[in-house]
Design a protein around this ligand. Structure first.
Ligand SMILES: CC(C)(COP(=O)(O)OP(=O)(O)OC[C@H]1O[C@@H](n2cnc3c(N)ncnc32)[C@H](O)[C@@H]1OP(=O)(O)O)[C@@H](O)C(=O)NCCC(=O)NCCS
Length: 166
């Protein structure tokens, strides 16, 4: 299994994943649900790649790198790392967002992908802990986090705020 940064060579598989990912699933948002391959190549891929070194973005925008989890030739999931916390991220979505292809969920990919993403995040983020947020009713994702050594640091009405030591 391998975590590969978003790139033009893998465009077809990345597009298939992105266009099929729901617009909002458990708080993970995707404005590119249903996008055509042509639109993806022209407007989406360059934008997502640019997020690592943002240009002409508002002050609040934190650099974010997209990675894909591969099992051999199959792209099985997406993992995004935001490079540092702002007040909004600290009290919100945190450092990492992820999802796994619907047809291969429940096979350990979420747990394995987050493990690799945490290793990557340790080299990127300046904070002492990796911040994650999960809906209270999203048991699968909570398990993915707990499997990776996360602890519950707080909660609000609908979310748990989890952290992993760096
Ligand atoms: C959350 C998600 C990433 C989990 O990925 P996955 O590949 O299915 O995760 P794993 O196979 O590693 O499973 C982790 C645990 O959750 C359990 N699990 C999987 N699906 C479950 C479900 N629908 N209900 C309850 N538990 C579930 C697994 O049995 C496993 O339990 P274990 O650790 O006791 O063995 C995936 O369901 C997903 O993409 N969901 C939509 C997007 C999302 O919710 N992202 C996270 C936002 S915080």
């Amino acid at each position: 299994m391998e975590l590969r940064k978003i790139n033009p060579e893998d465009a077809k598989s990345q597009w298939e994943y992105t266009t099929a990912l729901p617009a909002d699933e458990n708080g993970l948002t995707n404005p590119y649900c249903g996008v055509t391959y042509e639109e993806y190549l022209e407007n989406v891929l360059p934008v997502l790649m640019s997020y690592e070194h943002p240009v002409n973005m508002p002050d609040w925008f934190v650099p974010e790198t997209y990675y894909y989890l591969w099992d051999g030739d199959l792209l099985v999931g997406e993992f995004r790392i935001r490079h540092y916390l702002t007040e909004a991220l600290r009290n919100g979505a945190g450092h990492i967002g992820y999802s796994i292809r619907r047809d291969v969920r429940g096979k350990g990919y979420g747990t394995a992908g987050l493990r690799l993403t945490i290793e990557m995040a340790r080299q990127i983020i300046p904070e002492d802990e990796i911040y994650l947020r999960v809906n209270k009713d999203n048991i699968a994702s909570q398990k993915v986090m707990l499997n990776n050594g996360a602890y519950v640091a707080g909660e609000d009405e609908s979310h748990l705020f989890m952290r992993v030591a760096k």
